[in-house]
Design a protein. Sequence first.
Length: 409
Amino acid sequence: MNRSIPCVLMRAGTSRGPFFLREWLPDGDEARDQALIGAIGASDPLQLDGVGGGSTLNSKVAIVSRSSRPECDVDYLFAQVGVGHRSVDTRPNCGNMLSGVAPFAIEQGLVPARNGTTLVRVHNVNTGSRIDVTVHTPGGRVTYEGDARIDGVAGTAAPILLNFLDAWGAVTGQVFPTGRRIDTIDGVEVTCIDAAMPLMIVRASDLGLTGREKPAALDANIGLLERLETLRLEAGRRMGLGDVSDSVVPKPVLVSAGDTDDSITSRYFTPRKCHASHAVTGAIGVASAFALPGTVASGVARAAGTHRLVVLHPAGQIDIEVELKGTGDTAAVDRAALLRTARKIMQGEMYLPDYVFSRPQAQAASTSRFPRKALTIIVPTRAGGGNDTMARIIAAKLGPLLGQEILVC
């Protein structure tokens, strides 16, 4: 198997990760996933042996190819690679990494650039949805320089417009997959919504929070994380996603009042750690629940038409343009658009380590008598500290020995 492959490392939105053409990676999903594990360095919680950053925000991969759909230009497969455990999850989508797909596709010759701006029609393979992405291409070349600014990223860059066209119900087949806009789980009202990303939304006040806590404080609240995970597991079952104990969807979200009638405050979990800012797909889901009546996140009643809404997050805000059709119980979100930026960091050859292609845990997993769901180590101190790091190192060693995924909370 080829141990060196081409790679482009990009900052996309508020995430970062390697971008690959599908043809650059090994054939077959199993070999592909092992290559991604080696690229990110997933086996180590600090990801020292790869290009990951020791966080779910920097353990992401985008795989791009010519589209299999005639109405689209490119296919985009997102992969979330494990932090401290060798896993690859292609069930979720990532809107931040999506913002790098169009410039990458143009520069790799998949889409011809126009003078001024270029529209790239992206098919997200994870969800089956389509997103139209507009990139600045003066003189027929991608530019990363510009005056657009997004919260959570230093400096400015060229604007990239993401227009989500059919992301509602893309994963489960329904915007509200339980058939209700509010469910009660273990005495807590939640909204289960499939809008760009399957989410379980909870009022922060229902869990004794203000909703404006900093991510570090939420991550240190072990009781809260356990409660959210319990609610999330049941929400996943009700949404038709099955046992989600080893999946990152649905994502839990805590919401509270915003600063105006057109804003809502959100704390987004990934799912066992609070996001330092906010996922784009998560923001689409939160804004949809905010705009529609009858959810735990609902704001003021809104007429059909275009509305500019704001999702407030720990690092600032995301501005979203939402188009509603219908009113009352028949109201639905027709599309949502928002602005992101991206930057190419480096391009070249990536060298993959041999060890990722030998899987000693595979045999252990087949003979293990342990339960099939993930085991959890609970660290009763702040996230990111010495105890947390040591627990993740131990978990990385235990996983292959037990043939189990080990989670650290």
